[in-house]
Design a protein around this ligand. Structure first.
Ligand code: ZN
Length: 413
C-alpha cells in the first residue's frame, strides 16, 4: 500500500515536472521568436529609431504608402543572419512583412526548417509572372553598416538588395493598382548559394506555371545577357607511398596529377560570341604527407565556367583523364550555359560569369530576366556593399520590367 502510494506520488510529481518543463521550453521558443524580429520593422512605423541615426538618415529612401521603407526592409533582412541552411528566421520575417502589406503568403517547406516564401494578391496563386530572389547568403556573416552612401554587410547586394527592391517595387505597383490578382507573384527561395534546392523545390512542387520570370541578382542594374554554365569535378589519383630516396618502390600521385592539370589548363575550350571564353580554375589541390615521402594520394578540384557546348567541354576533360593509370573515373556536376532575355527598351545589358538559380527554375518560360543593384565584384567578399542610389534605381528598374511584361501580355491578348 505504502509503496503503491509513493509510486502514485512520484508519477504525479513526474507529470508536474514535465508540464513545468514543457511550459519553460515553450517560453524559450516564444522568446527566441521575438528575439530575432527587428520590432521596429514589424510594426512598419516609418518613424522608428533608425530615422534618428545620422548615418541612416543621410541615405535616400523609397517609401510606399507611408509605411514600407526600402532602407528599413533592406536593413531588416540584412540584420538577420541567413547563411545557406539557416534561412528559417529570415523566411518568417519576410512572410510576416508581406502579410502585413496585405498579400497572401505561403511558406513552402523545402527541408528541415527551411522554407521558401511565396506571395501573391488575393486567391489566385498561379500568376503569369514571378519575381524572385534568394534569401540565403554566403558565410561569414557581416553586420549592417552605413559608410557615406554605401550600405555595407553580408547580403547588401547578394541578394538582399535585389530582394528588398523587388518587394518595394511590387508593393508600389500593388498600391497604385497597377498589378492585379493573377498577374505577378513574389518568390523568395533558400539555398541558391550552394545546392539550388529552394528554386528546384518551388519549380517542381509549388504547382504553378508562370510564363515570365524576373530573377534578382547584382547585375549593376543592367539586364543579364546570360551566364556561363559550369562543370565542377575532382581528379583523384591513387598512388603508393615509399621512401623518397627509393622512388621506384612507390607510385607518386603528384607526378601523375600535375601533367593532367597542365593539360586541362591548356585545353582549347569552346567559346561563345555572347558569353565569351570558357574559363578553367584549378581551385583546390591536396596531396602528399611530407617532403621525404612519395605521395600516395593527390586530388584536384576544378571548376570550368562553360560559355558554350557543355558536352564538348566534358568530353575534352575525359579525353585528358580517362586513360591515365591510377586515376579514379571523373564525375562531376554540370549546368548548361544560360541565355536570357535582355532586349528591353531603356535597359543596358551585361554579360555575367557567375551561376544563379535561373537553370533551377525548370518551367517552360516565355522570357527570363536577370536584374538587380550592386556588382558581383564585391558580392561574397568582405567588401560587400551596395550604393544607396543603385538600390533606389533598381526599384524603378523592377517596376519598369514588370510593366514591360504586362504590356507584352496585353499586346498578345
Ligand atoms: Zn546571389
Amino acid at each position: 500500500m505504502c509503496s503503491n502510494r509513493s509510486r502514485t506520488t512520484s508519477a504525479i510529481e513526474y507529470r508536474m515536472r514535465l508540464t513545468v518543463l514543457l511550459f519553460a521550453a515553450s517560453l524559450v521558443a516564444a522568446w527566441s521568436l521575438l528575439d530575432y524580429m527587428p520590432q521596429n520593422l514589424l510594426n512598419l512605423d516609418v518613424t522608428s529609431k533608425w530615422d534618428s541615426e545620422p548615418a541612416f538618415s543621410a541615405l535616400e529612401d523609397y517609401i510606399v504608402d507611408d509605411k514600407f521603407s526600402l532602407l528599413k526592409l533592406h536593413r531588416g533582412l540584412m540584420e538577420i543572419e541567413s547563411i545557406s541552411g539557416n534561412e528559417h528566421k529570415v523566411a518568417l520575417f519576410l512572410s510576416d512583412y508581406l502579410k502585413k502589406a496585405g498579400l497572401s503568403v505561403e511558406l513552402q517547406h523545402v527541408e528541415r526548417d527551411r522554407y521558401n516564401v511565396y506571395a501573391y494578391i488575393g486567391n489566385q496563386r498561379n500568376t503569369t509572372t514571378v519575381v524572385s530572389s534568394h534569401i540565403d547568403v554566403v558565410p561569414p556573416y557581416i553586420g549592417y553598416s552605413v559608410d557615406g552612401t554605401k550600405i555595407r554587410g553580408r547580403g547588401a547586394c547578394d541578394d538582399k538588395g535585389p530582394l528588398a527592391a523587388q518587394v518595394i517595387a511590387y508593393l508600389d505597383l500593388y498600391y497604385e493598382n497597377k498589378i492585379k490578382e493573377g498577374e505577378v507573384s513574389l518568390l523568395f527561395v533558400v539555398g541558391e548559394e550552394n545546392t539550388g534546392v529552394g528554386m528546384r523545390t518551388a519549380s517542381e512542387k509549388l504547382g504553378v506555371n508562370w510564363e515570365y520570370a524576373i530573377f534578382g541578382e547584382p547585375t549593376e542594374n543592367k539586364l543579364g545577357v546570360g551566364h556561363k554554365g559550369i562543370f565542377v569535378f575532382d581528379i583523384e589519383v591513387f598512388g603508393r607511398a615509399a621512401h623518397s630516396g627509393y622512388p621506384h618502390l612507390g607510385v607518386s600521385a603528384t607526378e601523375i596529377l600535375i601533367p593532367i592539370l597542365h593539360k586541362i589548363q591548356n585545353l582549347e575550350l569552346p567559346e561563345s560570341e555572347l558569353l565569351g571564353p570558357s574559363i578553367v580554375n584549378v581551385g583546390k589541390v591536396e596531396a602528399g604527407v611530407a617532403a621525404n615521402v612519395i605521395p600516395a594520394y593527390a586530388k584536384a578540384t576544378i571548376a570550368i565556367r562553360v560559355s558554350s557546348d557543355l558536352d564538348e567541354v566534358v568530353r575534352l576533360v575525359h579525353s585528358v583523364v580517362d586513360d591515365v593509370e591510377h586515376v579514379a573515373p571523373v564525375t562531376g556536376r554540370t549546368t548548361d550555359p544560360q541565355y536570357l532575355d535582355y532586349k528591353v527598351p531603356g535597359f543596358e545589358s551585361i554579360i555575367l560569369a557567375y551561376n544563379t538559380d535561373v537553370p533551377n527554375l525548370s518551367l517552360p518560360l516565355k522570357k527570363r530576366f536577370l536584374y538587380g543593384p550592386g556588382t558581383i565584384h564585391v558580392a561574397h567578399s568582405d567588401d560587400e556593399h551596395v550604393e544607396n542610389q543603385d538600390l533606389l534605381k533598381s526599384v524603378d528598374g523592377y517596376r519598369r520590367l514588370v510593366e514591360y511584361i504586362l504590356s507584352l501580355e496585353n499586346a498578345t491578348e
